[in-house]
Design a protein around this ligand. Structure first.
Ligand SMILES: Nc1nc2c(ncn2[C@@H]2O[C@H](COP(=O)(O)OP(=O)(O)OP(=O)(O)O)[C@@H](O)[C@H]2O)c(=O)[nH]1
Ligand SMILES: [Zn+2]
Length: 357
């Protein structure tokens, strides 16, 4: 096979979009080599087809000298993640730490549920094993097995367990997520020592900073595969259909696999003959997250236009309050685009406040 050509040796080379910078796309051609800086053919523009990081594309008009080309076609996507915007990712690598910051079961649960609600599969990594005793490590391992997960315990600092992480990532597109300070950047730096593999570096005033959901940084792994780092996934709100939430808990999936609830629309709270309600650790998490999903759904139904401008507070008692936000200066910007971004920022603020409360 000619490098960069399709399986059948056809004329149009294929590649993977590894970075998006304004209207330019960096494409890594199949078969390797330096990436090609591409524009998008106007036909795609007219069709309104957006090119995303992770997209498999057909590239035309390749200029071998200048490494330029044009994206002619986007191949069908296997998966699509909206925040962060990544196509064809297979899994979400959730990184948490066993200490500093301490492992908070509610926060971990929330991230796991958010990951389960995507079409990607979650892979859980617990860092900083050097900071806790072997018995504490074992206790977490056992607890999380009850939740339906098999976490990789690692220490980035002591380089323990990293081969297993690499094995898990090889040849796949992975989105990395997790709370602040758990060691995500340290892990990326260990896995990808060669800084030149940092393909998604962004510059220019059109680009927003690292801490926005718009920005996706993609790293190429030494043994093949891509790792997408973006804070976009890091404030997980649970805005799913309330009846879907239960399927995000492996424990509940197992229970439902053994038999159905009496009512097909059972929310697994106080309905009779419920298969899910019972003596499992995260049942409390389920109830709390269900409240949140219901609150969000009500908000969507009652005030579809205002949802993003309202602040949803769920009090400790479970009481839900919608507070109108004061008009912030972000709203006064002119263009639709920046207004949309302002709303996104606002939603993120709301979500982070909720997480903190
Ligand atoms: N003890 C110990 N410390 C670690 C380990 N891995 C990372 N750290 C430290 O944890 C701190 C946070 O690491 P970062 O890699 O910046 O964490 P992050 O998840 O990227 O944080 P954000 O950028 O805020 O999202 C740093 O001081 C690291 O040196 C580890 O395995 N053991
Ligand atoms: Zn039920």
């Amino acid at each position: 096979m000619i490098p960069g050509r399709g399986e059948g040796g056809e004329d149009v080379p294929q590649g993977t979009v590894v970075a998006v910078q304004a209207n330019f796309y960096q494409v890594r051609l199949l078969g390797g080599g330096e990436s090609v800086l591409c524009t998008r053919r106007s036909r795609l523009k007219k069709l309104g087809q957006k090119v995303m990081v992770g997209d498999r594309v057909m590239v035309e008009e390749i200029d071998e000298v200048d490494r330029r080309g044009a994206i002619a076609e986007i191949l069908p996507r296997q998966t699509l993640l909206e925040r962060p915007p990544v196509a064809n990712a297979e899994q979400i690598l959730l990184v948490f730490s066993l200490a500093e910051p301490p492992l908070d079961p509610w926060q971990l649960s929330r991230f796991l549920i958010k990951a389960e609600l995507t079409e990607l599969s979650p892979c859980l990594c617990l860092n900083k094993l050097d900071l806790v005793s072997p018995s504490e490590q074992a206790a977490w391992q056992e607890r999380l097995q009850q939740w339906g997960y098999n976490p990789l315990l690692i220490s980035v600092e002591q380089r323990k367990g990293l081969d297993r992480v690499l094995g898990q990532l090889a040849g796949k597109i992975t989105v990395i997520a997790g709370p602040s300070g758990v060691g995500k950047s340290s892990l990326i730096n260990q896995l990808i020592p060669d800084a030149t593999l940092r393909v998604g570096e962004v510059s220019g005033k059109l680009q927003r900073g690292r801490h926005t959901t718009r920005h996706v940084e993609l790293f190429e792994l030494p043994m093949g595969g891509l790792l997408a780092d973006s804070p976009g996934f890091n404030k997980p709100d649970l805005d799913c259909d309330p009846t879907e939430l239960v399927y995000a808990f492996p424990e509940a999936r197992e229970a439902l696999g053994q038999g159905a609830c009496q009512f097909s629309d059972c929310l697994h709270r106080d309905e009779p003959n419920c298969q899910v309600r019972g003596d499992w650790e995260r049942y409390d998490h389920y109830l709390k997250f269900l409240e949140e999903a219901i609150a969000r759904q009500e908000l969507r139904q009652q005030r579809p236009d205002e949802e993003e401008a309202l602040k949803l507070k769920i009090k400790g008692s479970g009481e839900r309050v919608y507070e109108p936000r004061l008009e912030s200066k972000k709203y006064r910007r002119r263009s639709r685009r920046s207004r949309h971004q302002a709303l996104q920022d606002l939603v993120e603020e709301v979500q982070s406040e909720e997480l903190e409360s």
